[in-house]
Design a protein around this ligand. Structure first.
Ligand code: NAI
Ligand code: MG
Length: 326
């Protein structure tokens, strides 16, 4: 069996606590891995002037998959190029309430498919005067269609009924209009059922009745904001994993940031990052992904739990329990 080459980029803050936890869990499977560590983030910028060293970018661009933690102030300088390094066009963000976790909405079981290359995150910002700054929003048919193709396959693999497109095409008629039309046209051609919702209305509906949604396809910024909102429904950011999927490679990271309020205390919840590692295994075609996910779900149900979930366990306690279940 050839080893899977995994680039490991812990980054800053709790990234340095939860990424090693996920590596421990991967090592506890029967699979062969070759882990290569690389650095990025605020602490690298402070030392060298540059948050994302060329070697780190190149490693992500050549590894089978990358496991990333989080970066602080330099998040945009680190994560946006790293997502580009793996040609990732979609960010898959499941938001699921787990048995045993005190969730605002225990019936929540959603997956956001977030456009990952353009929208308002494409970097075209300008300061035109002391008073005026502008941002150019980029939407292409090609990126929207690529996302929609992925969404259609995702619906089929999951055995879902279809997907919902969240947008704001009533106001951003040109850009979100193009996004909506392109996504719906692909779904129509492939015979996948869809419905649409205005993204502001979605924010209300998902709080009141999350069970009406399953797979939600959305533009970049909307996916970022709405998935954090969904994190609030299921018990917090410590639970949300994500997969940045490209045609050949992927980058797997928790949705959360560096959590400066708890960094260094050893109490960060590793679940989001271990679940991201499970998504990595699934991406690599390894059935062990399901076993890792089940082990995490088991520990969430029976404990030990970190303080964000009302427990008093450490990151290491939870990681050891997951390894033990595996
Ligand atoms: P955050 O996600 O770091 O923290 C928000 C809240 O959730 C904090 O109270 C934190 O303690 C809690 N939290 C997050 N993850 C947790 C975990 N695994 N276990 C327990 N509690 C957890 O978001 P915030 O505070 O807005 O940002 C902090 C820094 O992280 C900023 O510098 C920001 O730029 C960066 N950031 C980086 C991201 C990335 O690298 N992808 C994503 C989001 C933020
Ligand atoms: Mg975010």
């Amino acid at each position: 069996m050839t080893a899977h080459e995994i680039a490991v980029i812990p980054g800053d803050g709790i990234g340095r606590e939860v990424v090693p936890a996920a590596v421990d869990v991967l090592e506890a499977t029967d699979l062969e891995f070759e882990f290569t560590y690389a650095d990025a983030g605020d602490h690298v910028r402070d030392e060298t002037g540059e948050a994302l060293p060329r070697e780190t970018y190149d490693l992500a661009a050549s590894a089978d998959a990358t496991l990333f933690g989080a970066a602080g102030e330099t998040a945009a300088d680190v994560i946006l190029p790293l997502r580009a390094a793996v040609d990732s066009f979609v960010n898959v963000r499941p938001a699921k309430a787990y048995p045993g976790v005190d969730a605002l909405r225990p019936e929540t079981d959603l997956v956001f498919l977030r456009e990952n290359t353009e929208g308002v995150y494409s970097g075209h910002e300008d300061r035109l005067s002391d008073d005026l700054s502008t941002l150019t929003r980029v939407v292409t048919d090609s990126a929207s269609e690529q996302l929609a193709e992925f969404a259609c396959e995702f619906v089929e693999t999951r055995g879902a009924d279809g997907f919902t497109v969240a947008h704001k095409a009533n106001v951003m008629r040109e850009t979100d209009g193009r996004f909506r039309d392109a996504v719906l046209a692909v779904a129509d051609e492939r015979g996948v059922e869809t419905d649409e919702v205005l993204m502001d209305a979605f924010a209300t509906h998902v709080c009141l009745d999350p069970a009406q949604f399953d797979i939600v396809v959305c533009p970049n910024l909307a996916g970022d904001v709405l998935s954090d909102l969904a994190a609030g429904l299921v018990g917090g950011l410590g639970l949300l994993p994500s997969a940045n999927v490209g045609p050949e490679r992927g980058l797997f990271e928790p949705v959360h940031g560096t959590a400066p309020d708890i960094a260094g205390e050893g109490v960060a919840n590793p679940a989001a990052t271990i679940l991201s590692a499970a998504m990595c295994l699934e991406f690599l075609g390894c059935e062990e992904g399901a076993a890792v996910r089940e082990a995490v779900e088991d520990v969430l149900e029976s404990g030990p739990r970190t303080p964000d979930l009302g427990g008093d366990a450490t990151t290491e306690d939870v990681t050891a329990a997951v390894v033990d279940r595996l």
